[in-house]
Design a protein around this ligand. Structure first.
Ligand code: DQA
Length: 149
């Protein structure tokens, strides 16, 4: 069975109360419940972590190589400047999808640049909590196609 690691970066634990005009009313717990339900429907295992610390996210990416087939990551603000997280993804042979609740390309100039996207399979941005669902589907499709080859 495919095993997928979902990583929520900084401040995402506050979803539901944080800047609801930008990120919506859906809570962190509700998004995680939906991710788990989607995993069940897709027939994959999912683990979900959240961290406000860059080093913890990097450790999780490193450790993913022993257990997971794919990563879905919302790096939060690290998206825009963490070369360390980018290097971590590049250092492990685990395909990753970058996801964002908001459309980062329609926001402030500094958010339009992702240093993480070039080392991911692709980026999903702007579909609120559904971005995680789409990200999960994307990595599962990606992994099932790679298996066929
Ligand atoms: C975010 C977008 C980032 O720019 C921001 O710093 C976040 C959330 C999103 O999901 O839309 O924390 O990653």
């Amino acid at each position: 069975m495919l095993e997928v690691l979902v990583i929520h970066g900084p401040n995402l634990n506050l979803l539901g109360t944080r800047e609801t005009n930008v990120y919506g009313q859906e809570t962190f717990d509700s998004i995680n419940t939906r991710i788990k339900e989607e995993a069940r429907l897709l027939g994959v295992e999912v683990s979900i972590i959240q961290s406000n610390h860059e080093g913890e996210i990097i450790d999780a990416i490193h450790n993913s190589r022993f257990k997971y087939n794919a990563i879905v990551i919302n790096p939060g603000a690290y998206t825009h400047y963490s070369i360390a997280i980018r290097d971590a993804i590049k250092s492990v042979d685990v395909p990753a999808a970058e996801v964002h609740l908001s459309n980062i390309h329609a926001r402030e100039e500094f958010r339009t640049k992702s240093v993480i996207a070039p080392v991911c399979i692709g980026q999903i941005s702007g579909f609120s909590g559904d971005s995680y669902i789409l990200g999960l589907r994307a990595v599962v499709l990606h992994c099932s196609k790679s298996k066929e080859i």
